[in-house]
Design a protein. Structure first.
Length: 71
């Protein structure tokens, strides 16, 4: 099935749930200090701050689940 999450998807959800800061989510998603600004610039067009953060966080979580990166 296309788009099936990895078998250990639950482990990624647990790591996501334990992240208490935005920086921790960024790290789990594989962002570095050098790529962090570029990542968030992609969301600069969303004027509402809460919507901008929600969109960015959703993408960070998607990347964590997709790539399985665990810092």
């Amino acid at each position: 099935m296309t788009g099936t999450p990895p078998a250990n998807h639950g482990a990624f959800d647990a790591a996501i749930g334990q992240a208490s800061t935005l920086g921790q989510l960024e790290g789990l998603a594989g962002l570095t200090p050098e790529t962090r600004v570029e990542f968030w610039l992609d969301y600069a067009g969303i004027e509402n701050e809460a919507e901008r953060l929600a969109a960015g966080i959703a993408e960070l979580k998607r990347r964590i689940r997709r790539t399985g990166m665990m810092a």
